[in-house]
Design a protein around this ligand. Structure first.
Ligand SMILES: C[S@@+](CC[C@H](N)C(=O)[O-])C[C@H]1O[C@@H](n2cnc3c(N)ncnc32)[C@H](O)[C@@H]1O
Length: 303
């Protein structure tokens, strides 16, 4: 089996960031990631899907934070007929959470700003009225289009565009900004995920993410909500980005609510969420708490 690659600078940074949690954290991210799936209700109901899996004697369990989300006791759920028929998408537990936290309803027009390959587009499509899914890269756009076709997502319009160039008169009820990041969190799934990691990469991503978050916020209707998410733990790409928006658009996080951009607290049933001292109500999902990959998300309301 290939050994996980950890750059020394990454280890030093995480050791400082995690303190006494370091050992638990590294123990968890070196272990295999448990499998989970999302029931794609564009193709089958939750009941039909559960009955079909039960009939095969497969062990699975609802993840309490959403009726469509399940853990499954299989190493390759992608080989199931239920996946081939697009009744389920195979998706890591933490990566399902940003959409759940966004709290999308059938009345909502939603922007999925950085959408490819479209795992979260499937979730959004199941829950929203209409979705505009944008991505800037042509190859990734092809994959997004395949996802939309395979999973039968009829209420999704896909557009290849830098989402910052969307027409200004469009305003959305909800926005998901699942930002391109240094992808540190993928190391639990892909042992070589950190080969191109460097502190320079983190800094470059942070600059881009700061532009992205302000643009996304400006596309929200008043009273609308957005979720900013990344699969990295770097504070430069997370809390620093949210704080930047709060400064740029006059906002607040924490008990003293003021300004136009307000970071709102989130609760996910069955999921341990710690207090975040760097930015109140921003969620840093520690792998050791819920057996996930590392993830970050913040829900922001436009007042
Ligand atoms: C973290 S991935 C998104 C994963 C996706 N949300 C999912 O769950 O399947 C980030 C995506 O942002 C796209 N991207 C980067 N810059 C962009 C831009 N300016 N406008 C739109 N998409 C962009 C990348 O091509 C990449 O596909």
């Amino acid at each position: 089996m290939k050994k996980t690659y950890f750059p020394q600078q990454f280890l030093d940074k995480y050791f400082a960031l995690l303190g006494e949690e370091w050992e638990k954290f590294f123990y968890t991210i070196k272990r295999k990631q448990p499998k989970s799936f999302w029931v794609n209700t564009a193709k089958a109901s939750i009941g039909e899907t559960c009955d079909s899996l039960k009939a095969k004697g497969i062990k699975f369990e609802n993840l309490k934070f959403h009726p469509n989300a399940f853990s499954i006791d299989l190493t390759e759920p992608g080989k199931l007929d239920e996946y081939t028929n697009s009744w389920i998408s195979v998706q890591e537990k933490a990566s399902m959470m940003p959409v759940v936290v966004l709290g999308v309803t059938k009345e909502d027009y939603v922007l999925d700003a950085c959408a490819a390959p479209g795992m979260k587009t499937i979730q959004l499509s199941n829950l929203a009225g209409r979705v505009l899914a944008t991505d800037v890269h042509s190859k990734r756009m092809e994959i997004l289009n395949k996802t939309i076709k395979k999973f039968g997502l009829k209420n999704v319009e896909a557009k290849r565009i830098d989402f910052r160039n969307l027409k200004r008169n469009k305003r959305f009820d909800k926005i998901l900004l699942d930002a391109p990041c240094s992808s540190e969190g993928l190391v639990r799934k892909k042992r070589e995920a950190l080969i191109d990691w460097s502190q320079n990469l983190v800094k470059r991503k942070s600059i881009e993410q700061k532009q992205f978050i302000v643009h996304a916020f400006d596309y929200l209707k008043e009273g609308g909500e957005m979720v900013y998410s990344t699969c990295t733990f770097a504070p430069e790409e997370n809390e620093e980005v949210v704080q930047y928006l709060l400064r740029e658009r006059n906002g607040s996080a924490g008990k003293e609510k003021f300004g136009r951009a307000v970071v709102v607290p989130v609760v996910l049933e069955g999921i341990k969420i710690r207090e975040n001292k760097l930015c109140a109500s921003c969620v840093r999902l520690y792998p050791q708490d819920n057996d996930t990959q590392q993830f970050f998300f913040a829900k922001i309301r436009k007042e």
